[in-house]
Design a protein around this ligand. Structure first.
Ligand SMILES: [Zn+2]
Length: 148
């Protein structure tokens, strides 16, 4: 059963709109916390919100115990990907520098090895290489006569 957020009418789970007022029905799991209690205070009816938010299912790991991971490697992926669209050399160098820095930081701080940083270095270098040898790899079709 789904209760209408507008008028509180019970609706079957298959309904997407309230049969009474036509308002859009939310699934119980998507019920917002700010929604007030249903207008029908009938006893024995299980509130949909009760099961929506199980408390304490995600234990927060204690700080300092789990090895932190540096996000710099993932950050380095952004210029690495953009290097294939925009400035290949500039963003490619930026990706390589970010990637090297992420590896150096991970070694210094003893965090997880940034695989994303290595990928960023490779993708960034490839963008530079492909840019330099672009005309050799993909020669333009010789449609126009050469300009003298
Ligand atoms: Zn309604």
């Amino acid at each position: 059963m789904k209760f209408c957020g507008e008028c509180g009418t019970e609706n079957p789970d298959t309904n997407r709109f309230c049969k009474n007022c036509g308002g859009a029905l939310r699934k119980p799991a998507e019920a917002p916390a700010t929604q007030p209690a249903p207008a029908q205070p009938s006893a024995g009816v299980v509130q949909p919100q009760a099961a929506a938010v199980p408390a304490g299912t995600q234990p927060v790991p204690a700080a300092g115990e789990t090895p932190k991971r540096t996000w710099l490697g993932i950050v380095a992926l952004i210029p690495a990907i953009l290097a294939w669209i925009l400035y290949p050399v500039l963003l490619g160098i930026a990706a390589v520098l970010f990637g090297i820095t992420s590896i150096a930081l991970a070694r210094k701080q003893g965090t997880r090895f940034p695989v994303a940083g290595v990928i960023a270095i490779i993708v960034g270098l490839l963008a530079i290489i492909v840019n330099i040898y672009w005309l050799d790899i993909f020669p333009p079709p010789q449609v126009l006569p050469p300009i003298r």
